[in-house]
Design a protein around this ligand. Sequence first.
Ligand code: DGL
Length: 267
Amino acid sequence: MVDSNLAIGVFDSGVGGLTVVRELARALPEEPIVYLGDTARVPYGTKSSATVTRYALACASILQERGIKILVVACNTASAHGLGALRAALDIPVIGVVEPGAHAAAAATRSGRIGVIGTRGTVSSGAYPEAIQRCAAAAKVFAAPCPLFVPLAEEAWLEGPVPLAAAQNYLGPLLENGIDTLVLGCTHYPLLKETIAHVTGPAVTLVDSAEETARTVGQTLDAMGGRCTRTFLPQYRFLVSDDPDSFARVGALFLGRPLDTVEWVDF
Ligand code: DGL
């Protein structure tokens, strides 16, 4: 029997997964959350599938030591490569972000022409085209990696000529394919949403999987009878594998609230 007052465990390679925490906090305000940013090993997107899977298993084990009832892989790269291994290793539900993102994109498109941007690892895994075509078999998916977006987000360098030039370079060829929907297939990318939207224009719907992921987590908690029953304000804990100060500074910006304490953890 699950202890419903345990936390939701969430991890990403860095600050990006906080975009998912923000939606979880909005959708499930009564739930405690423990977040791990693997800042010592960011970026995941340039690493091999075996390495990302190993990192994902290590993050899951740190979070399990803190006591969690469900694991949210708030990282597209780790979801694309490590979801199977995580589900095989853990005896709690594991929710990734690729399926919810694909589902939201299939629901949003009118023309069936969908762009996906993500890390090199996510794009080369082919996870998004597969997941989108499971929801909409006739959809045409065009994918492109945007590797500079992750360091820009980690630096909170979100606007101005540098992010704009990167977005124009990455998105120009995708837009030539006549897409009407663009999946932000990396949890760091919603931080650059305004710059991305400036380049795509209003005719392209931007899909960020965070909202859909939070909905899936709520449904899973309901199905397992795992909703928190405590009535006082839930606790949020933040763990990182390197540089807690910089995580706290950038993280507060994105979460819209101060991160009271950020604890360094040794893998
Ligand atoms: N935010 C992650 C993702 O969704 C990882 C980015 C990275 O570490 O390269 O893929």
